[in-house]
Ligand binder design. Structure first.
Ligand SMILES: Nc1ncnc2c1ncn2[C@@H]1O[C@H](COP(=O)(O)OP(=O)(O)OP(=O)(O)O)[C@@H](O)[C@H]1O
Length: 619
């Protein structure tokens, strides 16, 4: 079975527009259901049990109602044969029983709907949390891969879409039990009726099955476009993009692109829907023919006197209900198996494993760092690119050293610091810390000891305090630490001017949020770096948005604050760069020069060239 499952998965992975799922694939996708129910069970044991119990009770009511109906009719005929002289008590007792049953049955249906919706909401929350938890363990590299994104997207859809699957499977079981009761009556009368029923239903089932396959294949093929459509919808109407959309007058460009995509969806879906509807009508006609065939048969038997009028109503009622139920079950089978196929995507997401993981025997991070970080012929290639972003990098970042990275756009500066923070592992070569491969160290400790602020830091739509605390979220309640971090990054005076100070909500997305300027945001982001006592501080263009005075002050302080620590700075401003102990010049991912400001000027190489170029601009 495991092998079968694996084969099925492999097949899923290769699925493209021309592939179709066979009946066998559908059946094998049902093997996802036990895992699915395990998740449901984990969501709420109480609600799951209550739901099942109510459904079992509800499944017995249709046959009981029909049978009481039959007894009522036979009783009426019996009384009418006596010209009304027989006692009516039994008749009214039967009517009262049917009435009570109708009320119970309605109440059960409503209770089941309630249970379904409660359990569905909880299930959706539970699986969303699971997805977030798992996504948090994955590598940055995996997030940058579009196949991964499609998987994540499909898994996300499952959290809400699959709640329907839950009630479908439970209804399926409930209807099967109901059918057993009803079929028992029909079988006792004439087994051929059951055969007639099957002949009437099977074409409809096969048709439904075929069209569900087609719509699954279509929807899978459309996943990337759907993401693009959502993206268009987002940039067409969001607070973050409104400024540019207005200034560049992008709305008609975006709308046109949205419409082209949306129309393509519509055309593809329309063709399928029309074909589905035409065939559906034909199969429904076949079903009706089967039903009326059986009806005629029952009537003929009643005329010949072999069954009572009560039997006719019971049998015709049973047959009609069985047909509806069986049709429902068969049609639902296709959507259940389709749902189960989608579940494969959901469970597949959880099979994606990160590569950057905790080593089997993690070493404690050295404190203090004694020999520093040594790059040994390090090279790195992004998995979605054939180009080397870094290559042949060999240098040492000494303890307490302030190293600046310089290079043109795309030279590989950010990539280098991502390797230092182990957001990626080198494709070739290795990075040593105190003589031991970085991969040997405890990952959590490593992240605590290396503080990084990237140029594209996130502006969280949360309070000022929370925006700073994200630098070391464990300390989110340590207000004095948050304030002192803000003082160090020079954000404190600005925060003091905000109406709610540290509790001020930032960003416009939520009520009463305040928007900050680019430089103010940058000071807040810088404060994150001071939240933890990291031994290596990495600032990737930390001051690009700061004015000249603020930048000067930040770096005056930075030198003080990073005493006894190593720091890596990325900057395009040479006024900042020259404050570093050494400067590493990168060109196309490779090390071109390394040395102090004076040494590199004396060398008169690329650094000197870039420095003079910028200095000229100020003269
Ligand atoms: N996530 C990614 N996937 C694929 N390629 C990437 C990715 N990020 C960067 N690159 C590529 O790697 C190379 C180095 O990029 P990197 O961001 O390290 O440059 P940088 O020196 O920091 O540039 P800048 O000064 O513009 O910030 C570039 O050619 C870039 O196109």
């Amino acid at each position: 079975m495991a092998l079968e499952n694996q084969k099925f998965r492999d097949k899923q992975a290769q699925l493209n527009a021309t592939d179709q799922l066979t009946f066998k694939d559908r059946l094998s996708s049902l093997s996802n259901l036990p895992r699915f129910f395990k998740l449901v069970w984990q969501t709420s044991k109480g609600l799951t049990i209550a739901n099942c119990a109510l459904r079992i009770a509800r499944s017995a009511t249709p046959v009981a109602t029909l049978y009481i109906g039959k007894l009522i009719i036979d009783e009426i005929i019996r009384i009418s044969h006596t010209h009304g002289s027989a006692s009516h008590t039994h008749l009214w007792t039967l009517v009262a029983a049917e009435f009570a049953l109708a009320i119970i049955s309605d109440a059960l249906t409503r209770a089941i709907t309630l249970m379904d919706s409660l359990l569905g909401d909880l299930f959706s929350n539970h699986t969303s949390v699971k997805i977030m938890e798992h996504a948090a363990t994955l590598d940055l590299d995996q997030f940058e891969n579009s196949t991964f994104y499609d998987k994540l997207e499909r898994a996300r859809q499952q959290t809400t879409g699959r709640t329907a699957l839950l009630s479908q499977v439970l209804s399926q079981v409930q209807d099967l039990i109901t059918m057993v009761f009803l079929a028992a009556g029909l079988l006792a009368f004439n087994p051929w009726l059951i055969l007639l029923l099957l002949i009437a239903i099977i074409p409809a089932f096969l048709g439904e099955s075929y069209f569900n396959d087609r719509s699954y294949v279509l929807s899978r093929r459309q996943t990337p476009q759907r993401r693009e459509l959502d993206y268009m919808r987002y940039i067409g109407a969001s607070d973050e993009t409104a400024k540019e959309v207005k200034l560049f007058d992008l709305s008609s460009f975006l709308i046109q692109r949205f419409q082209t995509l949306a129309n393509r969806f519509y055309t593809d879906n329309k063709q399928l829907s029309i074909r589905r509807s035409a065939w559906g009508t034909f199969f429904a006609m076949l079903g009706s023919a089967g039903y009326y065939g059986a009806y005629v048969f029952i009537i003929v038997r009643a005329i010949s006197g072999s069954i009572t009028i009560g039997d006719v109503t019971f049998l015709a009622g049973s047959f009609r209900q069985l047909r509806t139920l069986l049709e429902g079950i068969l049609i639902r089978f296709t959507s259940v198996s389709q749902g189960a196929v989608y579940l494969t995507d959901f469970f597949d997401f959880f099979t994606i494993k990160p590569h950057i993981t905790q080593p089997a025997k993690p070493l404690p991070f050295p404190n203090p760092i004694k020999e520093g970080f040594i790059f040994e012929n390090v090279g790195f290639k992004y998995s979605n690119s054939s180009k080397w972003a870094n290559r042949h990098l060999s240098f040492t970042l000494h303890p307490n050293e302030k190293l600046a990275l310089v290079g043109e756009n795309g030279a590989g500066k950010t990539t280098l610091v991502k390797l230092l923070a182990r957001l990626y592992d080198p494709t070739e070569g290795r990075i040593l810390l105190d003589g031991i491969d970085l991969r040997e160290y405890d990952l959590k400790e490593l992240r605590i000891n290396i503080g990084v602020i990237f140029q594209d830091f996130i502006r969280y739509q949360m309070s000022v305090a929370q925006n700073i605390a994200v630098g070391h979220i464990r300390e989110q309640n340590d207000r004095p630490l948050i304030v002192s971090s803000a003082e160090q990054s020079l954000a404190h005076p600005m925060i003091e001017t905000l109406p709610e100070k540290y509790d001020q909500a930032l960003g416009r997305r939520f009520n009463q949020g305040v928007e900050l300027s680019g430089g103010e945001w940058q000071k807040i982001a810088l404060a994150r770096a001071y939240m933890k006592d990291a031994q290596l501080l990495i600032l990737d263009e930390p001051t690009a948005a700061l004015d000249a005075r603020a930048e000067y002050e930040v770096f005056q302080r930075f030198a003080d604050l990073t005493k006894g620590k190593s720091a890596v700075l990325i900057s395009h401003r040479f006024s900042t760069v020259r404050m570093a102990d050494r400067i590493l010049v990168l060109d196309k991912g490779q090390l071109l020069e390394i040395g102090s400001h004076e040494e590199l000027l004396a060398k008169n190489g690329r650094y000197a060239e870039l420095f003079h170029l910028q200095a000229m601009g100020y003269r």
